[in-house]
Design a protein around this ligand. Structure first.
Ligand SMILES: Nc1nc2c(c(=O)[nH]1)N=C([C@H](O)[C@@H](O)CO)CN2
Length: 119
C-alpha cells in the first residue's frame, strides 16, 4: 500500500534559531509533509472522518511550531513527527522543514526526516 496524503509549502512564522538575534525575531519556515494513509477507506465512504484530514494536520503543525519556538530545525522535526504518529495515527511520514533565507548564498536549507514503517 503506497497511498499518501501530502502537504507542500505550509508557511509558519515563528521564533526559531540558535543565535541570540534569532530569538528576537520571527522567521518563515515552509513545511513539506508526506504521510502514509490507506486512502481506499475514505475513497469508498466519502467521509472525511475516514481520511487523514490535511487541514487538521496543517493547523496542528502550525500551532506546534508556534508553541515550541525551538533552536534547531531537528528539534522541531522530531516533535512534529511524534505528534503526527501519536495524535493522528500516522504510521510513516517524511517531513521536510525548509528555512529559506537562513544561508543567503543558498537557495534553500533545511532538514528532512523519515519516521515509522511504511505499511
Ligand atoms: N542542522 C542545522 N544547522 C543549523 C541550524 C539548524 O537548525 N539545523 N540552525 C542554524 C541557525 O539557526 C541558522 O539558521 C541561522 O542562520 C545554523 N545551522
Amino acid at each position: 500500500m503506497t497511498d499518501t496524503v501530502f502537504i507542500e509549502g505550509l508557511a509558519v512564522e515563528t521564533v526559531i534559531g540558535v543565535y541570540d538575534w534569532e530569538r528576537t525575531i520571527r522567521q518563515r519556515l515552509l513545511v513539506d509533509l508526506e504521510m502514509a494513509w490507506d486512502n481506499r477507506v475514505p475513497g469508498a465512504s466519502d467521509d472525511v472522518a475516514d481520511a487523514l484530514d490535511y487541514a487538521a494536520v496543517s493547523e496542528r503543525v502550525q500551532q506546534q511550531l508556534q508553541d515550541l519556538q525551538p533552536a534547531l530545525l531537528e528539534t522541531a522535526a522530531e516533535e512534529i513527527a511524534r505528534t503526527l504518529q501519536q495524535e493522528f495515527g500516522v504510521c510513516w511520514l517524511r517531513l521536510t522543514l525548509n528555512k529559506p533565507g537562513a544561508v543567503p548564498a543558498a537557495a534553500n536549507v533545511g532538514v528532512r526526516i523519515e519516521r515509522g514503517q511504511r505499511p
